[in-house]
Ligand binder design. Structure first.
Ligand code: NAD
Length: 365
């Protein structure tokens, strides 16, 4: 089959879940050649407003096609700013009817973490591909349910770990995975910022609060990707707060942990809502890879005995790159660079760290 024919068939397949719903949909799906995927953002808070929507003005393979919001005033403002037609604006009650909308190919869940599972499963059941922000969910069981729902509905699932798409990250991983500096003998990673909010979901356990779920997954990613291996145990972990009036009932403002990897190699991680800290040091047999800042939106710098790694770019280049990469993979029928399984691995570590901190014991993963 020649390439253009294959592309047309794939294009049609993208809208195929909607074909059963209305003849108009059938007409629209067959008429339009999709060279860009339509994205619907669910949850119009900080990250959607300041990063993802601006990034979707830069993307080449996808565009902001729709929104899902519980706040009518936001719907009006976004409609005007981004020229979104009424038929592509949903609230949480009407959300499931997105199944009938061929303009929307991908639902991007940008809600507090406790809501990720519900909306990923609903989006997959509506026959849409799904992108989900980090942390993937609250538990490994939730992550697995999300993966299963996407598999059952034959939809792809990508987690919003923008750094996997980012050149400094890709370069340190290349050095580690190819052992260009020998084996890794230790990792030290910290990810934190001073959060002065007092009553946000990040400070509410039921909504997915606690720093380990939020910035902590970056520190865990630094340990796992920096090692190029999966941890086998949490050696020790401590959660703490200097602001118990904000971080109530033992919720962690700061968490430190030591992770053990195969061969007994150790990674120390720290994550905090109390201080600005952001670096990744990977000690190898033949020298150290340093990345600082390590998980910022821009300005990353890395060095090793092999030389400087520096690729300057402006915000929101990372988010645009991530979404274009993911859209391309969907259109080409390729696996996602950051599938649900990758998000699940971090939540498994999060749960083990909390268990170790509570029990003061080593916890095998
Ligand atoms: P936010 O609080 O600014 O926005 C959350 C949105 O969810 C708001 O629009 C809010 O109205 C909506 N919402 C719906 N039901 C809610 C409820 N019951 N309680 C609270 N909010 C509710 O949060 P954010 O910073 O935009 O984070 C959203 C997601 O994006 C989180 O998963 C977060 O970790 C992730 N995020 C990722 C990055 C990244 O670099 N990848 C950066 C920031 C945030």
């Amino acid at each position: 089959m020649n390439k253009s024919r294959r592309d047309v068939l794939k294009t049609l397949a993208l809208g195929s879940s909607a074909l059963f719903f209305s003849p108009n949909v059938l007409l629209a799906a067959t008429r339009r050649k999709k060279d860009k995927l339509g994205i619907a953002l669910v949850g119009l808070g900080y990250y959607s407003t300041d990063l993802l929507a601006p990034a979707l003005q830069q993307t080449k393979n996808c565009y902001l096609a729709g929104i899902v919001t519980g706040t009518p005033a936001k719907a009006e403002a976004w409609k005007a700013k981004y020229n979104i037609p009424d038929k592509n604006i949903y609230n949480y009650q009407t959300f499931d009817t997105i199944a009938n909308n061929p303009d929307i190919d991908v639902v991007y869940v940008v809600l507090p973490p406790s809501m990720h599972k519900e909306y990923v499963v609903r989006a997959a059941n509506a026959g849409k591909h799904v992108w989900c922000e980090k942390p993937m969910a609250m538990t490994v069981d939730e992550c697995q349910a999300m993966i299963d729902a996407c598999n059952k509905n034959k939809q792809s699932l990508a987690i919003g770990y923008r750094l996997h798409h980012e050149p400094h990250t890709q370069e340190y991983r290349r050095i580690v995975n190819n052992k260009l500096l020998g084996k890794v003998t230790g990792v030290n990673c910290a990810a934190g910022y001073r959060d002065n909010r007092t009553n946000h979901w990040k400070q509410t356990r039921e909504l997915g609060g606690g720093v380990l779920y939020d910035m902590g997954v970056y520190a865990i990613q630094g340990a796992r990707l920096g090692m190029g291996m999966e941890p086998v145990a949490i050696v020790s972990a401590t959660t703490s707060t200097t602001r118990p009036e904000i971080y109530k009932n033992g919720l962690d403002e700061t968490t430190v942990a030591q992770l053990e990897f195969p061969g007994g190699v150790l990674a120390d991680i720290k994550t905090s809502f109390g201080e600005n800290v952001n670096f990744l040091n990977i000690t190898c047999e033949k020298g150290e890879i340093k990345v600082e800042p390590y998980s910022a939106y821009n300005g990353l710098k890395a060095s090793s005995p092999l030389g400087e790694i520096y690729h300057p770019y402006d915000i929101p280049w990372q988010q645009a790159k991530q979404m274009d990469d993911n859209a391309t993979s969907i259109m080409q029928g390729k696996p996602m660079l950051v599938p649900g399984e990758e998000g699940l691995r971090d939540i498994r570590v999060v749960q083990a760290i909390y268990k170790s901190a509570a029990s003061k014991q080593r916890v095998t993963i």
